[in-house]
Every structure is written in structure tokens, then in C-alpha cells.
Design a protein around this ligand. Structure first.
Ligand code: ADP
Ligand code: ASP
Ligand code: MG
Length: 449
């Protein structure tokens, strides 16, 4: 078989009948597309997360369940009748209702993953039916048969060698004669329990599967025609980037550009699989190619924004010219499984931000036990309501005047925890969440417009 293209469609690309029809046409236009990875219909995961967090008011719970029923049956109503699919959809909606009741009594991370996975299970049933209505020889595949992860519910870590073996055995042969439709975002641990890869994780699933079936290309179809110089919803003058390197795009994803889940490009980089990002609504408009090397490497490429930051500042006079203090801090953080993202230090204090996030969302917390243990060592201050803004580019450290352009344009704003120098690809800082979008727009105007 020729090299496979894996195509992933996000929530807005499967939001309703019209969106699903556009997405099916994108699949049909490329005979190499044999594996289709899809998200839950737009808005569905948010509703499921709300239910999973525990809605004890019965009326409110029913209102959310009715919304889910309406979203899915509105699409089914436009398709040819198919009792088996309608039964599957009803069975999944019953499962959601039962699990929501359990979550209202006692929400747990394992329950959350079971519940939110129903979004992708529902959308794949319907999308496969829609493709077959268009005579596309589609077959639905439960990704939990191959996407093996550990058991960290809400932020499960994939087992790459296991996924490769299982996909080669069970998934790749199916792609020979069918268009296989499968779920993004969800997986299962070695006991068969459902897990999820974290919000927005379908991009990452698609990349893991592309790697596991030895795909030649990965396509990410979404609601914008490619990666822009910043989120076009924040800065309307943002412009599309036709080609970008893996390292620049992964910095963007890592620093919060929602267009790609942060881990998406890791499998693509491991296997050198080129990635295309485009709009399923306007597929001929072009998009962004992400490759090992881009033809241009500008000093400034893009601005990214990530909300929900938690900054922890640890202060102790004992830190002054002492050895072992930071080692002790990180020993405590590691013991409590707290992952650190950014860090800056001064003589007697160290500030760090906590890594995002699990499926339930919100700003990450410093666990009470970690806070107590750290308090025996130093003063601990935790701040939330912050955003991280990152400027991404190339060889910033070698470019005289790069920093002054950035900071002169931001003289009106209060910036915290500026990180620069560890990578030539980015400069980033924290700011109050209420000012963050203004900062992105100001920076974008000063540098790109
Ligand atoms: P999907 O549901 O298809 O995964 P997402 O909503 O997760 O789509 O990602 C697409 C959104 O990412 C766009 O609508 C846009 O608002 C946002 N976004 C953030 N940064 C960028 C960027 N640099 N370029 C393009 N879109 C971006
Ligand atoms: N449906 C999941 C979410 O909304 C995964 C995804 O869309 O990528 O987070
Ligand atoms: Mg997404």
C-alpha cells in the first residue's frame, strides 16, 4: 500500500451535519487518507466535563443531558435511517446519564475519563455512518484497542512501543481496504480502563497513530486555514504562516497556541512525518506545512498565549550562597508529582510555574502536602489569575535590538517572571490575565504589523 495519510478533524469540523459533510469531502478528496481521527462534536467535551465534576441538581443535569441528545440526534436526523447506529448513540447517552449520576455523588478522575470519552465514541459512530451514506467504505475502530497509556487519568502518558505493536497488528491491516474512523483524545491502560490524554489531546492521538501506522503525512483539519502569527481571535490582523519548522511550531504549541496540543509534534518529529494544518470548511484555501526545516527562519515568528498559570514563589534567606537548597525544593516537588514548567531564580527566592493540566481544566494547584513540606524549608506564596505570553522565533539571542523592540512596546504593562536565554527560540513572561490579550495585540502590532 502507498504511504498513508492520517487526517484529524477537531470539534468544530464535526460540530453538525454541515461540518461533518465538509470533513467527509476532505477525506474523499485524498485517496491516501486511510485513517481518520476525530474529536467530540464541538461543545460536547465541555458539557461532559461539567457533568463529570458533579452536577447534583437533577434539573440542571437533565438540561445538560438534553443538550447532548439534541447535538447528536440533530445530525442523525439528516442521515439515512440506521437502527444500529441510533441504538449505539442511545446506549452511549444512557451511559453518560448513569455515569453523571455517579459523578454527582462522588466525582473521581477515573470516572471523569470514562464519562468524557463518550464524546469521541458518539462522534465516531455518527461520522462513520455519514461517510458510509456517501459510499466511502468507512469502518469504525475503537482506538482503546491500540492507544495504550499509563493510568494517570486526565493526563495519561502513551506507551509508544506498545501502541506501535498494537497498531501494526490491529489497525494498519484494516487501513488496506477501508477508511478507518477512530477516536482522538482517549486511550486505555493495561487493565482496559479508559484514559484521556488531556484537553485538546486529539491532535496528539492523531500524531501517535500516524507514527504507529508509519504514515507519510499527518493532516490536522480545524477551523482556521493554518497556523497564524498569533491567535486570530485575539489579534484580527494575525497572518497565516505557509511553512514553519518543527521546532518553532512545537514551541508555539508548548507555549499555549491552542491550534495544536503541546505534545502533537513529538511523534511527528521522531518519525519525520510532515504535518499540514488547514481548515475543513475552506480546504482549498491552503494552510501551514510543518517540516523539519522551513525555507525561512525569521527572528520573530509568532506570539502565543496560555491562560490559567500558577506561579509559586519560594523565599528563604538560607538560600543565599548555600548549596543543596534547590535540590531539596525539587526533591519535594518530585515526591508530590508536581511538574515544573518555567523557573527563575534570585539570591534568596525562586519562582516557578506549574505544568498544566488534566482533563478537568482550570489552573494547576500546588497539592497541600507539597505546600506543607515546602513551608518547613521556606516561605511559600502561590498566585493564580496569570497568563503566560511567549514570543517565538529563531536565534533571538544573536539578534541585537530584539529585546528592546519587545520591551519598549510593552512599557505600559506589568510583566513578571521574564524567561529568556535558555532557548534561542523564545522569550516569555507572565502577566495578569486581565491584561494578557492586550499585551498580545500590542506585541503583535509592534513586531508583525
Ligand atoms: P480543534 O477543535 O479543531 O482542535 P481548536 O479550537 O483546538 O480546534 O484550535 C483552533 C483554534 O486555535 C483557532 O480557532 C484559534 O482561535 C486558536 N489559535 C490559537 N493560536 C493560534 C495560531 N497561532 N494560529 C491559528 N489559530 C490559533
Ligand atoms: N474533545 C477533546 C477536548 O475537547 C479533545 C480534542 O478535541 O482534542 O478537549
Ligand atoms: Mg484542538
Amino acid at each position: 500500500m502507498k504511504s498513508i495519510t492520517v487526517a484529524k478533524f477537531g470539534g468544530t469540523s464535526v460540530a453538525d451535519y454541515a461540518a461533518m459533510t465538509n470533513s467527509a469531502a476532505v477525506v474523499g478528496a485524498n485517496p491516501n487518507t486511510r485513517l481518520v481521527v476525530i474529536s467530540a462534536c464541538s461543545g460536547v467535551t465541555n458539557i461532559l466535563v461539567e457533568l463529570a465534576n458533579g452536577v447534583s441538581d437533577g434539573d440542571k443535569r437533565q438540561e445538560l443531558l438534553d443538550k447532548l441528545t439534541a447535538i447528536h440526534f440533530d445530525i442523525l436526523a439528516s442521515l439515512s435511517e440506521n437502527l444500529a447506529v441510533a441504538n449505539e448513540v442511545n446506549a452511549l447517552l444512557d451511559t453518560v446519564a448513569n455515569l453523571s449520576l455517579s459523578a454527582a455523588k462522588q466525582p473521581t478522575d477515573a470516572l471523569t475519563d470514562k464519562l468524557v470519552s463518550c464524546g469521541e465514541l458518539l462522534s465516531t459512530h455518527i461520522f462513520t455512518h455519514l461517510m458510509n451514506d456517501a459510499s466511502m467504505n468507512a469502518v469504525r475502530f475503537d482506538v482503546r484497542n491500540v492507544l495504550r497509556t499509563d493510568s494517570q487519568y486526565g493526563k495519561a502518558v502513551p506507551d509508544v512501543p506498545a501502541i506501535y505493536g498494537l497498531a501494526q497488528e490491529k489497525l494498519r491491516p484494516l487501513c488496506e481496504n477501508h477508511i478507518v474512523v477512530t477516536q482522538g483524545f482517549i486511550g486505555s491502560d493495561e487493565n482496559g480502563e479508559t484514559t484521556t490524554l488531556g484537553r485538546g489531546g486529539s491532535d496528539y492521538s492523531a500524531a501517535l497513530l500516524a507514527e504507529a501506522v508509519d504514515a507519510g503525512t499527518l493532516e490536522i483539519w480545524t477551523d482556521v486555514p493554518g497556523i497564524y502569527s498569533t491567535d486570530p481571535r485575539v489579534a484580527p490582523k494575525a497572518s497565516p504562516i505557509p511553512e514553519i519548522s518543527f521546532s518553532e511550531a512545537s514551541e508555539m504549541a508548548n507555549f499555549g497556541a491552542k491550534i495544536l496540543h503541546p505534545a502533537t509534534l513529538i511523534p511527528a518529529m521522531r518519525k519525520q512525518i510532515p504535518v499540514f494544518v488547514g481548515s475543513s470548511r475552506t480546504p482549498t484555501e491552503g494552510g501551514t506545512w510543518i517540516r523539519q526545516q522551513a525555507e525561512t527562519s525569521p527572528v520573530f515568528r509568532a506570539v502565543a498565549l496560555r491562560n490559567n498559570q500558577t506561579m509559586v514563589t519560594l523565599t528563604s534567606l538560607n538560600m543565599f550562597h548555600a548549596y543543596g537548597f534547590l535540590a531539596e525544593v525539587f526533591r519535594i516537588l518530585a515526591k508530590h508529582k508536581v511538574s515544573v514548567d518555567l523557573i527563575t531564580t534570585s539570591e534568596v527566592s525562586v519562582s516557578l510555574t506549574l505544568d498544566q493540566t488534566n482533563t478537568r481544566g482550570g489552573a494547576p494547584d500546588l497539592p497541600d502536602a507539597a505546600r506543607e513540606e515546602l513551608s518547613e524549608l521556606c516561605r511559600v506564596k502561590v498566585e493564580q489569575g496569570l497568563s503566560l505570553i511567549a514570543l517565538i522565533g529563531n536565534k533571538m539571542d544573536e539578534n541585537r535590538g530584539a529585546c528592546s523592540r519587545i520591551f519598549c512596546s510593552l512599557s505600559e504593562f506589568n510583566l513578571q517572571m521574564i524567561c529568556y536565554g535558555a532557548s534561542a527560540h523564545n522569550l516569555c513572561f507572565l502577566a495578569d490575565e486581565s491584561e494578557a490579550r492586550d499585551i498580545v495585540r500590542t506585541l503583535h502590532t509592534a513586531i508583525f504589523e
